[in-house]
Design a protein around this ligand. Structure first.
Ligand code: SF4
Length: 251
């Protein structure tokens, strides 16, 4: 399908379909085969452990609470996971109307879709905030932020700062929602994001090239299957490596 590029206030919008999101990018960084399976054989993934589902929910709740730090924003969240193009259009509409704080601001660039937890307008340019309900800022969190920076800047928005809002220390079970602002710390990673810009461009090209192939990449299991996350396709790859007719999907 032909990509149609239009411009609102200098910001490029693309009607092209998203190829993958930041989840796909993080998977691709861990293992190209994992990204390929995620995109082309999604139903083959292992069941999601209940513990991980609980963590998703906690992270989402924390993200909503941290909006207190940047109140009165407009929410561009999609009404359905597949309706991302509406969120992208709504984000552009908010920007055009002069809204200065946007939650879940959606951008699509270079085939990559990202949602920014919080985007705020400064006197000149914008600032991006990614929210993590953790006291430790891992490399993956920084990579996640750098990908958002790449997509948002690539879309044409004048993005000047990129930071992670995280906890000063792990939350106790009896924390009070009103106190959330005092429990958070903002760490600036703008320099890191600028340094990673061209690296990410190359990585995305490699991932897209791999995804366009008709065969599953041949990658053996190893320690990378658990780092930084336990891969969703360990069951599939284990079965595949134990099957004499290896390459069920590799014709
Ligand atoms: S189980 Fe390991 S080899 Fe298989 S897709 Fe996942 S990370 Fe890659």
């Amino acid at each position: 399908m032909r990509s149609i590029i239009s411009s609102i206030n200098g910001i490029q919008m693309s009607s092209k379909k998203a190829i993958f999101s930041k989840t796909g990018y993080i998977k691709g960084k861990q293992c190209l085969k994992s990204l390929y399976l995620y995109k082309h054989h999604y139903s083959m993934r292992d069941p999601i452990p209940a513990e991980r589902l609980k963590r998703f929910s906690l992270g989402s709740d924390f993200g909503i609470l941290t909006r207190q730090l940047f109140p009165n924003g407009h929410d561009a969240s999609p009404t359905h996971v597949h309706r991302y193009s509406e969120s992208v259009a709504l984000t552009q509409e908010f920007i055009r109307k002069g809204i200065t704080t946007i939650y879940e601001a959606a951008f699509l660039f270079d085939g990559i879709l990202v949602y920014a937890d919080i985007l705020t307008k400064l006197s000149s340019g914008w600032a991006l905030y990614e929210v993590k309900s953790s006291a430790k800022v891992s490399n993956v969190y920084q990579q996640d932020l750098a990908l958002q920076f790449y997509v948002i800047k690539g879309s044409g928005l004048e993005l000047l700062h990129a930071s992670i809002i995280h906890l000063i220390e792990p939350l106790s079970d009896d924390y009070k929602e009103q106190e959330i602002a005092s429990l958070c710390q903002i760490s600036d990673f703008t320099e890191y994001c600028n340094e990673k810009f061209s690296v990410i461009q190359d990585e995305i090209l490699e991932m897209k090239t791999m995804l366009a192939r008709s065969r599953i990449p041949t990658i053996q299991m190893g320690s990378h299957c658990q780092v930084p996350y336990s891969c969703d396709f360990i069951g599939f790859c284990t079965r595949q490596s134990n099957t004499p007719t290896e390459g069920l999907f590799q014709q």
